[in-house]
Design a protein around this ligand. Structure first.
Ligand SMILES: [Zn+2]
Length: 276
């Protein structure tokens, strides 16, 4: 059993100067490949169930899948709820065996975000579960724009909520299909100067790999969420498996062929975050 909390993997990452990947899962095929890749790289991994994942599969099912994979894994595995929008989302995840919950109050006014996040930290802590909060809204490619994190607000948020990890908005954008974006390093430095909490970058797929590597090793950013990049790798592998034989209809046969390419793509992602 190597199921651990978010704090269990982020504290050493902060101390030793590396980062852990928060990998966005959509189902059994990708979560299984992510764990295989983490084992091959001998690094911990955070399996994340976000809104579209739990629209498709109920949280109690996802919790059982994450825990089953963790039980057989040779590396630490975190079962993490990504973008919980209500206390109820977080409560269901905790009841479903998740070891970490993210509460996203970043669209709310500061005082409300702090109050609601603090209450969820308290609920999570009572259950032995970690909590990630978000301060400064991270926008979506082709959708809502971002609101950059104010360092003073980040300091207040970290101090008053007691979160184990703090997601920040520093030029990152969700759902980017290329790596043309870059993070505002001055703003990152200003935030890490005023708080000791491990920092999280959502929308990691849009961050150039060289910058991921540099910040993983030389900043308080300890968690990069990666979704789009690996969903694209999975989609490419799936399309090629479907097209390779028009007569084939058994989906297990087809999906089996996504495993090796997805493990390879995931290993490449994990390598940038690894410790020396
Ligand atoms: Zn996110």
């Amino acid at each position: 059993m190597t199921l651990v909390t978010l704090a269990d993997v982020l504290k050493p990452a902060l101390r030793e100067g590396h980062a852990v990947a928060g990998l966005v899962t959509l189902g059994w095929e990708d979560m299984r490949a992510y764990v295989a890749a983490a084992e091959a790289e001998a690094v911990p991994v955070i399996l994340q169930a976000g809104p579209s994942c739990r629209d498709h599969t109920p949280l109690p099912v996802l919790g059982a899948m994450f825990r089953h994979l963790a039980e057989g894994a040779s590396v630490p595995v975190v079962a993490h709820l990504d973008h919980g929008y209500t206390a109820e989302d977080c409560r269901i995840a905790i009841d479903s065996g998740f070891t970490s919950v993210m509460f996203d109050g970043s669209r709310k006014p500061l005082a409300e975000n702090i109050d609601e996040t603090a209450a969820i930290v308290e609920m999570a802590r009572a259950a032995g579960v970690s909590c990630e909060g978000e301060i400064g809204f991270v926008g979506y490619s082709g959708g809502e724009g971002s609101a950059g994190t104010d360092p003073d607000e980040a300091e207040q948020f970290a101090r008053q909520t007691g979160v184990d990890a703090m997601a920040i908005s520093v030029g990152n954008v969700h759902l980017q299909q290329d790596k043309q974006g870059g993070l505002d390093e001055d703003r990152i430095r200003a935030i890490e100067a005023v708080t000791q909490v491990p920092l999280v970058i959502h929308g990691g797929s849009g961050v150039p790999v060289a910058q991921r590597r540099a910040l993983a090793h030389g900043s308080a950013i300890c968690k990069f969420n990666i979704g789009t990049e690996l969903r694209m790798a999975f989609g490419t592998a799936l399309r090629s498996a479907v097209n390779s034989d028009p007569d084939r209809f058994d989906r297990v046969q087809i999906l089996r062929e996504t495993h090796t390419p997805l493990v390879a793509a995931t290993r490449t992602v994990l390598q940038a975050f690894k410790g020396a």
